[in-house]
Design a protein. Structure first.
Length: 213
């Protein structure tokens, strides 16, 4: 039995330089999700990277910013280093890249609401039935993407040690709202442990491919 089935997808939300320490809209410990996500990545047949991809005049940019919904410092402006993925993040090509927040007048936290890509359709074409959601930030884009995933009919698991939030109070209520809506939860540590056990007990042994040996 596979610990992660071929119909499960890893969703990596907005792991971008501007959301990491030193970035324009830094999330506390945002950098700490990268190694954990890298560890999960090889287990998944399908991966989605969402990316905040704003024009320079995006409606959410405020000066001075209040660091809450609707009032952010300029961040993740298309083509800038801040909008890029950190060098340490593994990029696989069995993946979909979803740009969002590209319309100057519209805030889009959820990858499912990108005006550029139909993420739900891409997942359904691959017979995906469950999403493991990781990334930044728990209280905005992670929450919105997880809840829209449920609404689109997917099982959704939050990978708790692979997410970080902007602020403690909004992060607490986001976790509570997701739980109440039916988002499950796990950790990269638990998944890795289950994989190790499966390998040790031989459960992961595949029959030899036809024509081999
Ligand atoms: C996000 C605030 C503004 C996020 C994006 O990725 O959670 N938060 N834009
Ligand atoms: Zn944004």
């Amino acid at each position: 039995m596979d610990v992660i089935r071929p119909t499960e997808a890893l969703i990596i939300v907005d792991v971008q330089n501007d959301f990491l320490p030193g970035g324009a809209l830094a999330v506390d410990e945002g950098d700490q999700v990268v190694a954990q996500i890298n560890r999960l990545l090889p287990l998944f047949a399908h991966v989605v990277y969402t990316r905040d991809w704003h024009p320079a005049d995006h409606v959410s940019f405020a000066d001075p910013p209040e660091y809450r919904d609707g009032s952010w410092p300029a961040h993740c402006v298309q083509g800038t280093t801040g909008a890029g993925f950190p060098r340490e993040l593994k990029i696989t090509d069995r993946a979909l890249l979803v740009n969002k927040g590209t319309d100057p007048g519209v805030e889009t936290y959820s990858g499912f609401r990108s005006s550029a890509v139909d993420m739900a359709a891409w997942l359904r074409e691959r017979h995906v039935d469950r999403l493991y959601v990781t990334g930044l930030a728990t209280d905005y884009c992670v929450q919105a993407t997880a809840l829209d995933g449920l609404a689109a009919g997917f099982d959704v698991m939050l990978v708790e040690d692979c997410v970080r939030g902007v602020a403690p109070d909004t992060t607490r209520s986001a976790l509570e709202e997701m739980r109440r809506a039916g988002v499950g939860s796990t950790t990269a540590a638990a998944i890795s442990m289950a994989v190790a056990v499966a390998v040790a007990t031989g459960a992961e042994t595949e029959p030899p491919l036809e024509g081999e040996g």
